[in-house]
Structure formats: structure tokens, C-alpha cells
Design a binder for this molecule. Structure first.
Ligand SMILES: Cc1ncc(COP(=O)(O)O)c(C=O)c1O
Length: 370
């Protein structure tokens, strides 16, 4: 990609072709099994992305009224299914949500009992919590003890609401093998045998483009469809857009602190919040690694606003540009203007050109504060 064509900094650049490449393993799964692919728009609800995926996926998955409105606006009435699950359904929004969404997976039995109405048109499901943990860090483990995400499988075995037509689960993130989904479906089998369901949503959390061997998942989906007559849904977010986004930044200042070179950037962890949330160093595109190292830090007042220590052949100078990669998911959507620093510009890379989609300015910041 030609980052020279990106004229402003900091900037997100999202790549049209990378998203289409990410779709390929999902398309081959769909072809082999007849499963359905829905994009989880929480990862990056950028209209250019939604328009690109519309017609190429079978629908979108959403978490809220606003996401549902956006999904339906892009898809149109007949353009695909919209699946929703969230612990946060609001009573006053439910009538509209139930019109926008084709499938709603209630997060708890109490939520289902309070909000479901037989006259509403969507297909009712439940998010099930299989209590099978595959994420070590408890902060991100939907199957942790006292989890708020999904109905405990044990509970469901004792009390099953008759209106339920489908099940949903989502238990991993950035996973590069299919072990969790295979084990989880195994755990759900007694329930699938006992009840006549129409659909099963296997959730997101898998990086399909990094998983070479699809055959176990193919066999699993085929069996689910043949043995139980289920429509099977996959709802990737990051798997479609994660590696399709970049954050371009410029070095603002350079100095030495306790013997280490500090490079202050015109971005911050507030433009890439997973760096701070997960304490994970993001990938940097560098031309040739070397023996010189520098700490890349953000420009906010937070002491821990640090991207990490990187090796360079020559330490970048003030004014030089750097590019973080794998910034496509959960970056722009979580970005904020802490300290009054503007949000990055947003560019779309397509057919060897970059197009500026969005530039924020002071009035955008000002209007947020009434
Ligand atoms: C219910 C649900 N489905 C799908 C996703 C998308 O996951 P990912 O972006 O890791 O593929 C998430 C992410 O949090 C989720 O909570």
C-alpha cells in the first residue's frame, strides 16, 4: 500500500482488497457447508465496509439499537438477516429492535421472559453460556465464573422456553484454530437432540484467514445441518477487518528518559485502545529491523500511554511517519478525543488509490460538550 498518498496524520487507512481477501476462507466454508456468514459490525461499522460486504455476506450481527438501525439501513428490508444479542436490551427500544432484527438471541431467561412477545416477527433465540473456557485472561473470558454473558447451559437443561428457535454462543477472540467451537458444539449436543431448533449461531472470535485446516469445521457444520436441519451462522468481526486497517502516525518529539529514547507520536492509545486494554504491543511496519531501540509513546497525559519498545535500523526523527498494522478492528469504534486531541482522519484504500472519507475538526469536538 502507498502510504505516501495519505496526506494527513494521524490517520486510519482501511483496505478494501484486504477485506475481500479475508472473506475468501469464509466463502469457501459457505460453499462447502451451506452455512451463513454475518459480519459483526461492532468491530468496524464504517459504511464503506458495510457497503462492501452487503450482498457478499448473508447479513450483519449487532449489539444495540443504533447498530441495528445502521445494519438495516445498509441492507434494506430484504438484503439479509440482522442478528442481535446483548445483555443491555432496553424495554423502551425493544419494539423497534424487534422490527429491525430477524434473529434475537436473548442473553438471559429473565430478559427473554420480560421482552419477548409472541406477536413480534423475529426468530427468538438464546445466547447460551457453555461454561467451557478457552480464554486465559478472565477479563475477556465470557465463560468466567459469574459471567453476565449467556444462559448457563445447566439452567437451560432444567428449564427450556418453548418459544426458542435458535441458540447462539460466542466464547473466544483472535483464535487461530477451531478447537473451541468443536468442543463447544459437543457440549451442546444433548440440547440439540432434545429440542427442535431452526438455527445455531457459532459466534465470532476466529481469525479464519490464519486457519489452514478447515476440514473439522466443515464436517461439524455439515453434520449440524444434516442431523438437526439447522441453519448455521458464523459471525466474524475481527476475522474480516482486523488486518485490513492501519494507523499512520508522525513523530512529534524525541528525547531520552532514563537512558531510553522516547518518541512521542501524534496518536495515542486512545486511537488504539486495545493496546492499553490488553497491554499488547501493536505491530509496526518498519523497513528493516536494527539494533537501535526506542519507546513509542502516545501524546496524552496518561503515563501508561505507551505503544511499546521497537527496534530500528536508525531511530526515526521528528516529522517521520510510522504505521501500525492490524488496526482494523475495535480501534476507530473505541477511539476518543481524550485531552482534546482530534480523532484520526479516515481513509479508504481501493484500486491503488486512497480516498479521504472523514476529517473531524474543532466543531465536532465542541458539539460533544453541549
Ligand atoms: C456476540 C459476539 N459475536 C461476535 C463478535 C465478534 O468477534 P470477533 O471480532 O472477535 O470476531 C463478538 C465480539 O465481541 C461478540 O461479542
Amino acid at each position: 500500500m502507498d502510504f505516501e498518498a495519505v496526506k494527513t496524520s494521524p490517520a486510519y487507512v482501511f483496505d478494501h482488497d484486504a477485506i475481500l481477501d479475508n472473506l475468501k476462507p469464509l466463502e469457501s466454508l459457505r460453499e462447502a457447508t451451506g452455512c451463513k456468514i454475518i459480519y459483526s459490525i461492532k468491530a468496524l461499522p464504517l459504511l464503506a465496509v458495510l457497503e462492501l460486504l452487503k450482498g457478499r455476506v448473508d447479513g450483519f450481527s449487532v449489539s444495540s439499537l443504533f447498530e441495528a438501525r445502521l445494519a438495516r439501513e445498509v441492507l434494506g428490508e430484504q438484503g439479509g438477516s440482522v442478528h442481535l444479542t446483548t445483555p443491555g436490551l432496553r424495554t423502551e427500544e425493544f419494539a423497534e429492535i424487534s422490527q429491525l432484527c430477524s434473529h434475537i438471541s436473548f442473553n438471559s431467561l429473565s430478559q427473554q421472559q420480560r421482552l419477548h412477545h409472541p406477536q413480534l416477527a423475529y426468530s427468538a433465540g438464546l445466547r447460551v453460556n457453555p461454561k467451557l473456557s478457552f480464554v486465559e485472561d478472565e477479563r475477556y473470558n465470557p465463560c468466567r465464573q459469574h459471567s453476565k454473558l449467556g444462559v448457563d447451559l445447566q439452567l437451560l437443561q432444567q428449564s427450556w422456553p418453548k418459544v426458542i428457535e435458535g441458540l447462539h454462543f460466542h466464547t473466544v477472540f483472535s483464535r487461530e484454530d477451531f478447537v473451541p467451537v468443536l468442543a463447544t458444539v459437543e457440549t451442546l449436543l444433548p440440547l440439540l437432540k432434545q429440542h427442535d431448533l431452526k438455527w445455531l449461531n457459532l459466534g465470532g472470535g476466529y481469525l479464519y484467514q490464519r486457519i489452514q485446516d478447515q476440514k473439522h469445521l466443515i464436517n461439524l457444520i455439515r453434520e449440524l445441518r444434516q442431523n438437526f436441519g439447522l441453519d448455521v451462522y458464523l459471525e466474524p468481526g475481527k476475522g474480516l477487518v482486523g488486518n485490513a486497517g492501519y494507523l499512520l502516525t508522525t513523530v512529534l518529539d524525541s528525547f531520552v528518559s532514563d537512558g531510553k529514547t522516547i518518541l512521542v507520536l501524534d496518536t495515542s492509545v486512545n486511537h488504539h485502545p486495545e493496546v492499553f486494554e490488553y497491554q499488547r504491543q501493536p505491530n509496526l511496519r518498519v523497513t528493516g529491523f536494527g539494533s537501535e531501540s526506542a519507546l513509542l509513546v502516545g501524546s496524552s497525559c496518561l503515563a501508561g500511554d505507551v505503544f511499546g519498545e521497537y527496534q530500528f535500523a536508525k531511530i526515526p526523527e521528528v516529522g517521520e511517519r510510522l504505521v501500525f498494522s492490524d488496526v482494523g478492528a475495535y480501534s476507530l469504534i473505541k477511539a476518543n478525543r481524550f485531552n482534546g486531541y482530534n480523532l484520526p482522519d479516515v481513509y479508504w484504500h481501493h484500486q491503488h488509490r486512497v480516498e479521504l472519507l472523514k476529517h473531524y475538526s474543532y466543531p465536532d469536538y465542541r458539539q460533544q460538550w453541549c
